[in-house]
Design a binder for this molecule. Structure first.
Ligand code: SAH
Ligand code: SF4
Ligand code: F3S
Length: 474
């Protein structure tokens, strides 16, 4: 719980939808302007997209508000990854319906992945929704709002092969002024059989490398100290200039961003085990400001299940990647995972393979989920969702319990070490303490002294839990 509440306010890698709380915009001074309220669900890419939407809407004359009660337009930027992500949004709509009854001119828009998955059907199912816009339709949003203002329902769920919003400067929302996201690619071409993302976000495309470096430079000039490069599969980033003369892969992009400023930390997410290369690992080793932390989703530790999932690697391949990480970046490099329990036809022995993979890797952290069948995915079409819910949950709990032990063990390694920490703000529990992350993405809490957010400090780690390191500045 502690981890969850801490990460919620700070928007980091660890802060995926497993934290499962929506985020809202902040208040902006706006005399006489119409007001926009956005609530974002799902992954970091959705949060990053909300910053694009806010920018587009600001150009159309809207000001943001942190309170749904004050809004003229409410957007829910939705997630479709598991059924419970969608149920949460449907429940939220019920609450918003009360607002709308009180204020009939209020417009409600559904954005993001659930909007893309359900398309115009959403308008039939949820009568109070006025606007439906998919992830590639955000430039069109002011027009959709105008249409809705004139009393029509407005829909754009067109998926693009090119859109990367490269030229739109995002408005940083809920920002601590220290850490920010930079979206480097969109969509996914991988077709993991359980996953809805290829259908909700479309084909994979990489953003212009120069616009990414420019955004990092602007953030650094504005005082930001850490950027996280975002994509569903960052290791397959590949950009070619229009004249065809310049080719940039992910390792080269990392290097360019690392060179922006040695004081600007670089993180990235998500890495796919099939695509992460030694070149990426060597680039990480070469630059002190590229954080030594890799999120490497496994999904399962069993070869037959990995094959059914269409992950395109097997356990041996995955383990070999882990061994390369340890060889090139050392034992302390932070590694986290995503795992799914109870995928179609998974047996007890196959579940044991997932547990033994955890034991082998000794992950620092994990995001763990019970399989949720998504309509239209290859798994839903081809395989029976035949592991009973109680069994999925029991296996999930076993994975979580083991991960907790491993997290504690991995955190204990740091006791007695001095860690460089970037201060992100006050600790959630007390204003007498500050917190920030070390290189390996671990939250470190320490007495505030005279330090401020945005500074780097050296902290001697004296104590830890499975979620947090504690220490004193030295
Ligand atoms: N692109 C990332 C993952 C994005 S989705 C990657 O490939 O690693 C985040 C995580 O949600 C996935 O890694 C997976 O563990 C989980 N997930 C996706 N679809 C799911 C489903 N149908 N049921 C349960 N968990 C799912
Ligand atoms: Fe989904 Fe697989 Fe793409 Fe990740 S790599 S977004 S799990 S299809
Ligand atoms: Fe959810 Fe879409 Fe992200 S389905 S996890 S918001 S890409």
């Amino acid at each position: 719980m502690e981890r969850i509440t801490q990460t919620l306010s700070i928007l980091t890698e660890a802060d995926k939808e497993s934290a499962d709380e929506p985020r809202v915009l902040e208040d902006e001074l706006a005399v006489g302007k119409k007001r926009l309220y956005i609530e974002s669900y799902g992954c970091q890419m959705n949060f990053s997209d909300s910053e694009i939407v806010a920018s587009v809407m600001r150009n159309a004359g809207f000001a943001t508000t942190a309170s749904a009660d004050d809004a003229d337009v409410i957007f829910l930027n939705t997630c479709a990854i598991r059924d419970n992500a969608e149920q949460k949004v449907r429940n939220r709509l019920k609450q918003l319906n009360i607002l709308k009854k009180r204020k009939p001119e209020l417009l409600v828009g559904m954005l993001g992945c659930m909007a893309e998955r359900l398309k115009a059907k959403l308008l039939e199912e949820e009568k109070m929704v006025d606007i439906v816009a998919g992830p590639d339709a955000y430039r069109d949003i002011p027009k959709l709002v105008e249409e809705a203002e004139s009393g029509q329902k407005a829909v754009n769920v067109f998926l693009s092969r090119e859109e990367t919003y490269a030229d739109i400067s995002p408005i940083r929302l809920n920002s601590n002024g220290v850490t920010a996201f930079i979206s480097i690619m969109r969509g996914c071409d991988n077709m993991c059989s359980f996953c809805v993302v290829p259908y909700t976000r479309g084909r994979e495309r990489s953003r212009d490398a120069h616009s990414i470096v420019r955004e990092a430079r602007d953030l650094s000039a504005a005082g930001y100290k850490e950027v996280t490069l975002l994509g569903q599969n960052v290791d397959s980033y590949k950009w070619t200039s229009e004249d065809g003369l310049e080719n940039v892969n992910f390792a080269q992009l990392l290097e360019r961003v690392a060179l922006v400023d040695p004081d600007l930390r670089i993180r990235f997410s998500t890495s796919h085990p099939k695509d992460i290369t030694d070149e990426v690992l060597h680039t990480m080793a070469k630059y002190d400001n590229i954080c030594k932390y890799i999120h490497l989703p496994a999904q399962s530790g069993n070869d037959r299940i990995l094959k059914l999932m269409n992950r395109t690697y097997d356990r041996a391949w995955y383990i070999q990647k882990i061994d390369r990480i340890r060889a090139i970046l050392g034992e302390d490099c932070g590694i986290s995972h995503d795992m799914i329990s109870g995928f179609c036809s998974e047996t007890e022995e196959e579940h044991q393979d997932t547990l033994s993979l955890l034991e082998y890797v000794r992950y620092d952290y994990g995001y763990m989920f019970a399989y949720s069948e998504r309509p239209g995915t290859p798994a839903a079409k081809k395989y029976a969702d035949d592991v009973p819910y109680e069994v999925k949950l029991r296996r999930l709990n076993e994975i979580i319990a083991l991960q907790r032990e491993l997290s504690l063990e991995r955190n204990q390694r740091h006791i007695g070490q001095v860690q460089r920490v970037l201060i992100e703000g006050f600790s959630k529990r007390s204003d007498d303490f500050l917190c920030g992350r070390n290189d390996h993405n671990k939250m470190v809490v320490f007495p505030k002294g005279d330090y401020q957010k945005g500074q780097y400090v050296n902290v001697l780690v004296t104590d830890c839990t499975a979620a947090t390191l504690r220490g004193v500045t030295v």
